[in-house]
Design a protein around this ligand. Structure first.
Ligand SMILES: Nc1ncnc2c1ncn2[C@@H]1O[C@H](COP(=O)(O)OP(=O)(O)OP(=O)(O)O)[C@@H](O)[C@H]1O
Ligand SMILES: [Mg+2]
Length: 492
């Protein structure tokens, strides 16, 4: 058996995926935190020192009469740097060119500074976080403070102060080395590890049933059809187990259905061949006699034998037809084609058909009906077969001058149909077997009447597939009543 359904492989795949996700989240968190923290420090630095450039302008007055006064400015600016050694001060002209700077022992590489961030800073009055060029590190951006020197309404120069010089940056502790950050990092690591542990536990809890499910599915696959997944209260994947169990039930049910159909069919074939053998043997016997003793037989005898052969053939024909009908009903191959119809009309048609036969026996055949017409919901031709068999029996077994009544009774939801006669009745001990196949009550009558004993079996089956039952009440020497109910169309 292939290993591709292995549970542990599946479990580890989920665990590895979860671990990977947590590592990615951890790194993303550290990256974002470091950057945000550094930006925060810078922004705070800028806000705290936003006024520094304006302060220099008002204190130092680097321009005297529109001219740069280098000696005075140098000195004072040196003082300022002595107080705050992290700053570097630049004097820019109106186009951003560096005119003078105070940054001792340092190499200034840029000749001019981009003025756009400078103007933005001045316009926001130092309230916005802006980074600008670092003249000592081309390409690198730093926070700054700036102010403009205005004479006669014209900006003639800028004071540009880099707030976080290189010395300041290396001296101030990097976020990564900060005590707080290390503490946070440790907490973060603990949080991630606990999340991982909890995650693995959760995955294990949810998926541990998989082992059971996979084992059961494999057993089922190997033909152990009765195996089912035990379903525990609150199990992680109960729905899957339930769905599998239901599916297994359906499959087993279908297989059993097929088996029982197959058995039924086999039984029927057996029965049919057995039932046909007897009349066939009779026919064969008479024909053989006729052939062998052709000359010894009198004309009368020959007539008689031929008549018996003909009768046997007719019986065989009827038997084959009825057996075929019953077989189909029993194999559930006949599905009633239900439709609404007036039961009264069907009954009066039926009575008309049997009228001639009734008259021959001098029997009154009446159909007593209710005044309101009832629509029933059933298969017309099958119900016709039922009525036909019942009326046929009544006519057959009721002696001359008898009476047969077909009645309809309406109840709330059903229409009851009754076929009564005042014939010989059925003995009590016969009643339980009357609907069995081949049950023929009175052998003397049946022999004369070419009976097969299948009529009532067919009636019962037809009503069965209509979800109806046939009732029988009979009194010896008084008569018999067969009745059944069909649903009214409105209630069907
Ligand atoms: N109305 C009735 N009165 C008296 N006996 C009846 C009546 N209906 C049925 N029976 C008894 O029930 C038996 C079974 O009836 P069923 O209709 O199954 O077979 P059948 O009439 O003998 O043969 P088939 O209907 O196949 O020609 C009958 O042989 C008869 O003895
Ligand atoms: Mg009959």
């Amino acid at each position: 058996m292939s290993n591709k359904y292995s549970y542990s492989g599946f479990f580890w795949k989920i665990v590895i995926t979860l671990t990977g996700l947590l590592v990615v989240v951890g790194f993303a968190y550290v990256f974002i935190t470091v950057n945000l923290a550094e930006m925060y420090v810078q922004e705070r630095n800028q806000r705290l020192n936003a006024d520094i450039a304006e302060h220099i302008i008002s204190e130092v007055k680097p321009y005297v009469g529109g001219k740069l006064d280098t000696t005075a400015t140098d000195e004072i600016m040196h003082h300022m740097m002595a107080i705050n050694p992290s700053i570097e001060v630049y004097i820019l002209d109106a186009a951003g060119k560096i005119l003078n700077y105070v940054a001792p022992y340092k190499k200034v590489k840029l000749e001019e500074v981009d003025l756009a961030p400078v103007r933005e800073f001045i316009a926001s009055k130092g309230q916005q976080y802006v980074v600008g060029d670092d003249p000592r590190n081309p390409g690198k951006k730093k926070v700054f403070s700036a102010g403009s020197i205005v004479e006669e309404g014209q900006t003639i120069a800028y004071i540009y102060v880099i707030l976080a010089s290189e010395e300041y940056e290396s001296a101030s502790e990097s976020v990564l080395n900060s005590y707080i950050f290390k503490l946070g990092g440790r907490a973060m690591l603990i949080a991630l590890l606990s999340a991982l542990a909890l995650g693995i536990l959760a995955i294990w809890l949810i998926t541990r049933n998989l082992n059971r499910i996979i084992a059961t599915v494999k057993r089922f696959q190997n033909g152990e059809m009765s195996t089912r997944i035990p379903v525990k209260e609150g199990g992680g994947i109960n729905d899957l187990a339930l769905a599998f169990n239901e599916m297994a039930d359906t499959i087993v049910g279908n297989i059993e259905n097929l088996k029982s159909m197959e058995n039924l069919r086999r039984e029927l074939v057996g029965n049919v061949s057995h039932d046909l053998r007897t009349p066939l043997a009779v026919i064969q016997g008479y024909i053989e006699t006729l052939m062998m003793k052709h000359h010894q037989l009198s004309e009368v005898e020959r007539e008689k034998y031929l008549k018996i052969t003909l009768e046997s053939t007719q019986k065989l024909k009827k038997l084959v037809e009825e057996l075929f009908e019953l077989s189909k009903l029993e194999a559930r191959q006949v599905k009633p084609k239900k439709e609404p119809f007036f039961i009264q009309e069907l009954i009066s048609d039926m009575c008309q058909k049997f009228e001639l036969l009734a008259r021959q026996k001098n029997i009154t055949l009446k159909s007593a009906t209710t005044p309101n017409k009832s629509l029933v919901y059933a298969d017309v031709s099958l119900i016709e077969r039922v009525l036909q068999n019942l009326v046929d029996n009544a006519l057959k077994f009721t002696p001359e001058n008898g009476q047969i009544i077909v009645e309809i009774d309406n109840t709330d939801q059903y229409v009851e149909i009754k076929v009564s006669d005042n014939g010989p009745g059925i003995p009590k001990d016969q009643i339980p077997f009357i609907f069995d196949r081949y049950h023929i009550g009175d052998k003397r009558i049946s022999l004369d009447n070419n009976n097969t004993g299948l009529g009532l079996a067919i009636v019962k089956k037809i009503l069965e597939i209509h979800n109806a039952t046939i009732e029988l009440s009979s009194k010896l020497n008084q008569g018999t009543t067969f009745s059944f109910q069909l649903p009214q169309y409105e209630n069907a």
